[in-house]
Design a protein around this ligand. Structure first.
Ligand code: R5P
Length: 258
């Protein structure tokens, strides 16, 4: 890995601990104005101080994130699908590497849809993005997406997906938490962060998932809905930080008044 690549990745996953708390706020690229993300700028503003990095599209960066921010941007560069369309897996690259550099992105990211009719196109897009990322020192985050098929999220499938992403050169991978998560982290040679998935019933449930994921070898979280759809988003994000960075138990993190 080049110096620039290491430096950028180190802004997202802390160089000493390898841990990171990413705030996922890219959902509008296929979901439009999803609940609590109708005005992304308003959602982002109070959360920004407590996120290590922001995962966003170029439209949201340019219009809703203050350019003076020192938070690293993980730029989603894939899309072309929507919840109103026929097949969520039919994604392609939407944003050039030059635009990612102009935005001063610290990493670029896309989704891959393994086991779908668009497996090959999304995996080849990952390969091409890694080629471009290597050229300019920009790390690539591969997201193992499942579209509407949430039932796919088991250790066998997710281990397959994460490993393939790493084999194709992804510098880190985002996937879902599942039972026997050690099987996923244990067979993937690059860091894994977990998505939160749909909003869980309680904040404690989401904190327990984050704790279990980190204990099973995850580098941290790239969480969205369980943070900004929570009744107290700032408190939730701070609690997640305590779990990921301070080793707090879910109960300790949830009980904290700060
Ligand atoms: C899909 O919309 C994106 O990749 C999200 O960034 C990802 O699903 C993480 O967000 P959440 O925690 O809401 O699942």
């Amino acid at each position: 890995m080049t110096w620039g690549m290491r430096n950028r990745l180190g802004r997202i996953l802390h160089p000493e601990t390898g841990r990171g708390v990413m705030l996922a706020i890219d959902h509008g690229y296929f979901l439009g104005p999803i609940s609590h993300l109708e005005d992304p700028g308003k959602t982002i503003e109070p959360l920004l101080p407590y996120a290590d990095s922001l995962m966003v599209t170029r439209g949201v960066v340019r219009n809703c994130v203050p350019p003076g921010t020192d938070k690293p941007i993980v730029l989603r560069v894939s899309g072309g699908n929507s919840i109103a369309g026929g097949d969520l897996s039919n994604e392609g690259i939407t944003t050039s590497i030059e635009d990612a550099i102009r935005i001063n992105a610290s990493a670029i990211t896309l989704s891959v849809y393994i086991g779908t009719p668009h497996e090959k196109q999304t995996l080849l897009a990952l390969g091409e993005l890694v080629n471009q990322g290597e050229r300019y020192g920009l790390p690539v985050l591969a997201v193992t997406a499942v579209g509407k098929e949430l039932e796919k999220r088991d250790a066998r499938y997710l281990a397959l997906c994460c490993r393939i992403c790493a084999e194709l050169g992804a510098h880190f991978v985002k996937t879902y938490y599942c039972d026997e998560f050690e099987r996923v982290t244990g067979s993937c040679p690059v860091p894994i962060v977990i998505a939160g998935g749909p909003k869980m019933e309680t904040t404690l449930d989401a904190l327990r998932m984050a704790r279990a994921a980190v204990d099973a070898g995850a580098a941290g979280v790239d969480m969205g809905r369980n943070v900004w759809q929570s009744p107290e988003p700032v408190r939730m994000l701070r609690a997640i930080r305590r779990v990921v960075h301070d080793g707090a138990s879910p109960e300790e993190a949830n009980a904290s008044k700060e």
